[in-house]
Design a protein around this ligand. Structure first.
Ligand code: SF4
Length: 330
């Protein structure tokens, strides 16, 4: 799975580095000074590197917790995100990470303790506000859990702060970490979902939508609050039919009280990012649609976005209450 691990000399002896190296026994280990030497190098080919990424173990020094972009949150007064990892083991064609980084290698910041320290400070500074922390902004929260063990520690940490929420956003069905412990009411396991025929074309290497739905239903059955994330919405000829069928499939046989929130958001990119991503896969169907560029943003255009949003809203209201449905516009 991973042939090479590059470790910053400073964190070679860190317990997380040692655990990861032990879990990936067959990988060759190389020492480096700083991860940026490899990760930020120009002229790397994301698409080629994505075929066999290396893992870089590094130390993060600052910006552990950042305010989430406006339009990203659900219903909290303040929204923050943190990224213990850059890049993802899946390869969704629309993923914005392809446009953000020049390298497809994975970077894992092993000093988890510093993330938790800064989160503690943010909570202490905002005692009068409701806060949601989003994990999995620059990666998938659970997909690499068997190697990193980060979510396990994060959930344990947040179990001591039940006045704030943690969202683990994922497409992974690796939920043992959560199932083996008692649920905590302030941790939302939020699944990114699309109609299955869309996901089978675009969500490369990710578990099928059927398996994701089974995983989220199992978590809900075990008492975990689950989130449903339909983001990005993908426009295609029969989109109304396939999104309706998807909702029917999800909401059958689930305790709706366990559905913490549902959100949907359009496919949108900053102009330069769209240019970069579409040039990686110029023949991909996703990028053959005549997108609209306006005010620096590339999208399907206001008319399609509104039509999809209104339709989703009315379909979702058949299954859950209005106050749990959110439109995300990042
Ligand atoms: S699961 Fe999310 S982070 Fe991973 S490739 Fe897909 S869109 Fe990107």
């Amino acid at each position: 799975m991973i042939d090479s691990i590059f470790v910053e000399r400073d964190v070679l002896d860190h317990p997380v580095s040692q655990k990861v190296i032990n879990r990936l026994k067959n990988a060759d280990v190389f020492e480096i000074e700083r991860y940026q030497e490899m990760f930020n190098r120009r002229q790397q080919n994301f698409r080629i590197q994505k075929q066999n990424p290396a893992l870089i173990l590094a130390k993060k020094y600052d910006n552990f917790v950042l305010p989430a972009p406006s339009g990203f949150g659900i219903d909290a007064q303040k929204n923050y995100y943190f990224s213990h990892m850059y890049n993802c083991i899946y390869d969704c064609r629309y993923c914005f990470l392809q446009g953000m980084y020049s390298s497809a290698n994975y970077v894992l910041f092993v000093n988890y303790e510093d993330f938790f320290k800064e989160i503690t400070d943010v909570i202490a500074e905002n005692t009068n506000d409701s806060i949601t922390f989003f994990s999995g902004y620059d990666c998938d929260s659970l997909a690499f859990e068997k190697i990193t063990g980060f979510a396990e520690q994060a959930v344990e940490f947040f179990s001591n702060f039940n006045s704030v929420e943690l969202e683990l956003r994922t497409k992974s069905i690796v939920s043992d970490t959560l199932l083996k412990r008692s649920p905590i009411s302030n941790c939302i396991v939020a699944y990114s979902l699309s109609p299955s025929n869309v996901a089978s074309i675009l969500d490369h290497k990710a578990p099928s939508v059927e398996r994701r739905i089974n995983a989220l239903k199992l978590l809900a059955k075990n008492g975990w609050p689950v989130g449903l994330r339909f983001d990005p919405l993908i426009y295609c000829s029969d989109w109304k039919k396939i999104y309706s069928e998807l909702f029917c499939q999800i909401f059958s046989d689930i305790n709706v009280a366990r559905v913490h929130s549902v959100s949907h958001g359009p496919l949108r990119y900053p102009k330069d990012m769209y240019k970069k991503i579409s040039s990686l896969y110029p023949d991909d169907k996703l990028f053959s649609f005549p997108m609209e560029a306006k005010d620096g943003i590339v999208s399907y255009g206001k008319e399609i976005e509104e039509e999809m949003s209104l339709f989703l809203q009315s379909e979702l209201e058949k299954y859950t209450t209005k106050n749990k449905i959110f439109r995300c516009l990042v």
